[in-house]
Design a protein around this ligand. Structure first.
Ligand SMILES: [Mg+2]
Length: 259
């Protein structure tokens, strides 16, 4: 039997690319299940909740418990609800993130002067006015968080700016860094994953396509890490990177070779 009792799997670039399932990844997911590994899907996408990925994978015959799906949106919502109860949050982010925060009973405000907390994230409506309001809130000493560090997001025809780009602008005007960025590779993200899996980190495998988020999370937590080459990272990137994975896989379909 395998030495792993659990696996944390990235989604975009690892299981799906855009709307499409990557080739043969169902074989990888089935191999993990057959080896008795609990599976947790963890996406840094700050605009999606758990049910989205469940319904995305279901037509492909992959049954996922919604509790076994984390995103930087769900992790941020749970973190703010538990560590900043009764505090008002000024959000720079997507409408779907706003709904996820509301479902988690996070108290949102549009008034920067009333904000106790500022959360920065991907926002396709980001403007000078938004940046100005976030400055007003941050100047007054509000706590400052980000959903995820991804500066760019790969899409079908190139890259679009992500949460990290918006957080960089907010950080520049406020003259301070976020108190924490809550998605991968943060300790908040690792704790959320381990709370669900309940596994020994040394017997947990992390598979993902980003060295600075997926692999960094696993390395910091003492897990075994495998980068897949189906997303943003290629072999040349790995050779020059500061963050090194334990294993390199062409695809999640090859995960069976590690089990
Ligand atoms: Mg990815």
């Amino acid at each position: 039997m395998t030495e792993y009792e659990a696996a944390i799997l990235d989604v975009d670039g690892t299981i799906v690319r855009g709307e499409e399932l990557l080739p043969d990844v169902t074989d990888g997911l089935a191999a993990l299940e057959a080896a008795g590994c609990s599976r947790l899907l963890f996406s840094n996408n700050p605009t999606r909740g758990s049910s989205y990925y469940r319904s995305k994978l279901e037509p492909h015959g992959i049954e996922i418990d919604p509790a076994a799906v984390l995103t930087s949106a769900t992790v941020s919502a749970e973190y703010l609800a538990s560590t900043h109860p009764n505090e008002r949050v000024y959000l720079v982010g997507d409408d779907r993130l706003e709904s996820i925060l509301e479902e988690a009973m996070v108290d949102l405000t549009d008034d920067p002067d009333a904000a106790d907390v500022v959360l920065g994230s991907f926002d396709s409506d980001f403007s000078y006015g938004t940046l100005w309001e976030s400055l007003q809130a941050l100047e007054d000493g509000a706590s400052f968080y980000g959903t995820d560090p991804d500066v760019t997001i790969p899409v079908d025809d190139g890259l679009i700016p992500g949460s990290g780009a918006i957080l960089a602008a907010m950080e520049a005007v406020a003259g301070r860094e976020p108190d924490a960025i809550l998605g991968k590779p943060s300790s908040v993200a690792a704790t959320a994953a381990m709370d669900y899996l309940g596994s020994d980190p040394e017997r947990t495998l992390v598979v993902g396509d980003r060295l600075d988020t997926d692999i960094e999370l696993g390395n910091r937590a003492g897990m075994t890490t495998a980068v897949v080459l189906t997303g943003v990272t290629d072999q040349a990137d790995i050779e020059s990177a500061a963050v090194q994975p334990d294993h390199v896989l062409e695809s999640l379909a090859d995960v069976e070779t590690l089990l």
